[in-house]
Each structure stands twice: as C-alpha cells, then as structure tokens.
Design a protein around this ligand. Structure first.
Ligand SMILES: CC(C)(COP(=O)(O)OP(=O)(O)OC[C@H]1O[C@@H](n2cnc3c(N)ncnc32)[C@H](O[C@H]2O[C@H](COP(=O)(O)OP(=O)(O)OP(=O)(O)O)[C@@H](O)[C@H]2O)[C@@H]1O)[C@@H](O)C(=O)NCCC(=O)NCCS
Ligand SMILES: Nc1ncnc2[nH]cnc12
Length: 275
C-alpha cells in the first residue's frame, strides 16, 4: 500500500497542475495566455512542475526515512536552483516552499486533521524563519515597503488562506447546490479577496492589491448569483495585462487548495447513483 506521504506528495503535484490549467485567471498563466508574465508559458511551467514533482517525491522519501528538517530545507533550496536551470524561471518558488512545508507538517501529525495541520505548519514555519533574515527578493521588498505578511506571514499563521478561506468557500458553494466548477471559482474569488499577495504589491503597489481584492469580492457575488463570471474574468485579465498586474501568491494558495481537496477526495466525481 502506498504511504500517506507518497499519496499526499502526488496530490500536491496534481494541485499545481490543476491551478495552471484553470482558465481564465486574471494576470496569471493559463490555457488562454500568459497573462502579465511575458517570460512564462504553459510548457515552461510544465517543465518547472516536473522539477516540483521530483522534489516532492524526494521530500516524502526523506520524511519516511526520518531525516531532519534541515535535509528537507536543503531539498527545497536544490529544487529552487533546478527550477531556474531547467525552466529559467522562478515561477514555482512559492509553491516549492509551501508544498514542502505542508508535506513536512503532515508527516509530523500523521493524520488528516485540518486544525492540527494548520498548527503544525505554523510551528514549523516558526522553526524555519529567522526574523532578521532578508532574502532581498521582490517579495521581501514589498513586505517591507507595505508592511505586508506575504508568504512568510501566511506560513507563520498556519496557512489561513487555505484552511480559513479557500476550503470553507469551496465547501459552502457545494453545500449551497453548486458544483465543482462553481465551487472552484468561489474559492478563487475568496483567495483573491483575502490573500496578502506581495507579487501584486511589488508590481502595482497598494492599488494593485486593492484591485485584486475588489475583483475577488465581485467574482464571489457573480458565482453566487449564477451570473457570467467567465466573461468577467476574461475582461479582468485584459485589464491586468494592460497594468502588468498579477497575483502569484493567489496562484500558489489555489494550487495548495486543489491539492488538499484532491487528497481528501472532494474533487472526485460522484456517480448519479451516489448523489
Ligand atoms: C521562504 C522562501 C519562500 C523565500 O522567502 P522570500 O522572503 O524571499 O519570498 P518572497 O519573494 O516574499 O515570496 C516567494 C513567493 O511566494 C509567493 N507569494 C507571494 N505572496 C504570497 C502570499 N501572500 N501567500 C503565499 N504565497 C505568496 C510568490 O510566488 C509567486 O510569485 C512568483 C513570481 O514571483 P516574483 O519573482 O517575486 O515576481 P515577478 O513579478 O514575476 O518578478 P519580476 O518578473 O517582476 O522580477 C509566481 O510565479 C508565484 O509562484 C513569491 O514569489 C523560500 O524561498 C525558502 O526559504 N526556500 C528554501 C526552503 C524551502 O523551500 N523549504 C521547503 C521545505 S520545508
Ligand atoms: N499560473 C501561474 N501564472 C503565473 N505565475 C504562477 N505561479 C504559480 N502559478 C502561476
């Protein structure tokens, strides 16, 4: 029987592919276009995901062998480097970190308990981050300039965008008679409305993040009203491209959300007989 860690690492890879292929996503790479990322494309991101896949496989093997956290961090740093070499981009830098963190946290608690998992993520992030550490990245500059938490704040608080926003939004929409399609866009809307995305801040300042948040709230309303949210998203994509606006943090959190829902079986299609 495959171990829980192996199964979860596969779900984490699947989640990232599902995020990439979800279309339309304003400013992000999807099946229609490269959004505000002239240096990216679907094939490049697929190449990057093959690095992510090997990395998550190695992290789960390292955890199964009882190796220390420092070894999993080394694997993360190596994967960041391999992604740059293979795909010439840092498009999954956030996801390499977040997916590895969630996998390490799940190994520590050993069961599918979302509250315990969130607490374990927060504890692990506390062990990993040195408050004085400054990576000099776009994100760290945006965090300083706008006093935003970004990926580090998200990790230190136990991934509230995943456990407190995205998953409840998906489940609420399903419970309200929606389907996996409408629930997915309800989840995207919630993430846009709530994530403190430092890529939006870095590219377009506070106004950029406000635009993403406002659009997220509108998307949620359109989904609830069964209105044409696809046309809205396509129009917003054109606007984001005209402003060079993007939302890489939302993309990372969406991929994690797909991964978890896939792992719990909530994305499985039910047969007519079982409905
Ligand atoms: C701890 C590390 C993550 C490094 O920390 P650092 O402080 O350097 O990280 P940041 O730059 O702040 O953020 C990294 C990426 O996190 C994503 N992100 C942003 N906001 C959030 C958020 N609120 N929640 C979750 N995730 C968030 C974001 O990734 C996306 O952006 C990519 C493009 O980013 P960037 O290059 O900055 O932006 P561009 O505008 O495209 O650049 P230009 O073209 O303009 O130059 C995008 O594709 C998304 O993926 C941030 O980029 C970590 O690196 C670390 O410590 N790693 C080693 C250890 C490890 O991996 N461990 C795991 C095993 S435990
Ligand atoms: N679909 C996407 N477009 C741009 N950057 C991303 N980082 C992760 N997923 C992304």
């Amino acid at each position: 029987m495959r171990s829980e860690l192996t199964l979860f690492s596969r779900s984490l890879v699947r989640g990232a592919f599902m995020e990439l292929y979800l279309t339309p996503k304003p400013g992000l790479v999807d099946l229609n276009d490269s959004g505000s990322h002239r240096d990216l494309s679907v094939p490049l991101m697929e190449a990057s995901l093959s690095v992510v896949s090997g990395y998550l496989h190695r992290v789960s093997a390292s955890l199964a062998a009882g190796e220390e956290l420092a070894q999993q961090v080394r694997l993360g740093v190596e994967a960041e480097r391999a992604m740059l070499e293979e795909a010439g981009t840092n498009c999954h830098r956030g996801y390499i970190f977040l997916s590895g963190l969630l996998l390490c946290a799940s190994a520590r608690i050993g069961r599918r308990d979302e509250e315990a998992l969130s607490a374990a993520v927060a504890r692990l992030a506390g062990e990993l981050f040195d408050p004085a550490d400054d990576s000099g990245s776009n994100g760290s500059r945006a965090r300083d300039a706008y006093r935003a938490g970004g990926i580090r704040g998200e990790a230190l608080r136990g991934l509230p965008a995943l456990f407190g926003e995205a998953l409840p939004a998906f489940r609420r929409e399903m419970a309200a008679g929606g389907n996996q399609g409408s629930a997915t866009f309800a989840m995207l809307g919630r993430l846009m409305a709530s994530v403190e995305d430092t890529t939006a801040l870095h590219r377009c300042g506070r106004q950029g993040l406000e635009t993403v948040r406002k659009d997220g709230a509108t998307l949620e309303c359109l989904v609830a009203q069964r209105a044409d949210f696809m046309a809205f998203l396509a129009e917003r994509n054109a606007y984001y491209v005209s402003r060079n606006l993007t939302m890489g943090g939302v993309a990372d959190m969406l991929a994690l959300s797909f991964a978890w829902l896939s792992h719990t079986g909530e994305l499985e299609l039910r047969s007519a007989a079982s409905v």
